[in-house]
Design a binder for this molecule. Sequence first.
Ligand code: G3H
Ligand code: 13P
Ligand code: NA
Ligand code: ZN
Length: 328
Amino acid sequence: ALVSMRQLLDHAAEFSYGLPAFNVNNLEQMRAIMEAADKCDAPVIVQASAGARKYAGAPFLRHMILAAIEEFPHIPVVMHQDHGTSPDVCQRSIQLGFSSVMMDGSLKSDGKTPADYDYNVDVTRTVVNFAHACGVSVEGEIGCLGSLETGMAGEEDGVGAEGVLDHSQLLTDPEEAARFVKDTGVDALAIAIGTSHGAYKFSKKPTGDVLRIDRIKEIHARIPNTHLVMHGSSSVPQEWLKIINEFGGDLGETYGVPVEEIVEGIKHGVRKVNIDTDLRLASTGAVRRFLAQNPKEFDPRKFLIASTNAMRDICIARYQAFGACGMA
Ligand code: G3H
Ligand code: 13P
Ligand code: NA
Ligand code: ZN
């Protein structure tokens, strides 16, 4: 069944677990997520970015998610719009049937330039007003994602700020977060606490903590009824990086957010954990390996099933680690 984000995250808060929110662009990702959720009996959040809508076309995305709901009627599914850049974008998604939208007013409508507090409140409150009138949940964002080491936003051509950010923008201020929730009425709040988008998050293997758990605790203490969201939460599986490079790929050394640290965040109010890059890496690794090992094969279903299975296994591992199994 199609449900709102608020319904799922309220349940997650009540029973102290977290939900991965996987990005979806194509049939294989959708199947991987649903097969994993079905196996784990876990609720599902699937999210579509502007890039996904451009790639698949909004109607295809919408009907793919509706098809998933039809095939797996026992699994609650949130159809979430990721990183909306304006109220217009969010309104269009609601019209398309999305049950949750993110208004990312931490950046201007170009999706690149950091915005000031008043702009963020203005656009986010506008979205909350019309979304809540339709029973649709809203995620806002306060603070800009980026590397705490370098200030870089993390992705060259994807979602996120451009150029180098200063340290104060990269960590969400707890007071400001509390004020923002009061000023806007968002259901869920994305916070900046050390994660960044894309595959290149940390250049060295994390030894100590990479997330600012202390900051998560401070924010959660002030807004205990607002569900915290962590973007940029891929763990960048080293085994898949190795397979990609072994079979003709050329990715540099890089590390993601350790799963144990995400689990620590979930203990302190994080309820939605955004993951895209990990499925991209697993998919690419599986396809590269399959084609290299089966040079005579040309039926795309053969290598795409390898992609689906690889992504499914990542989804299962995250549902298990975040405590979401049996919660559907
Ligand atoms: O937040 C970024 C997600 O990974 C979506 O990426 O804009 O390339 O679809 P995308
Ligand atoms: P990753 O790039 O770490 O997978 O983050 C995805 C994300 O935050 C989507 O909004
Ligand atoms: Na989102
Ligand atoms: Zn994101």
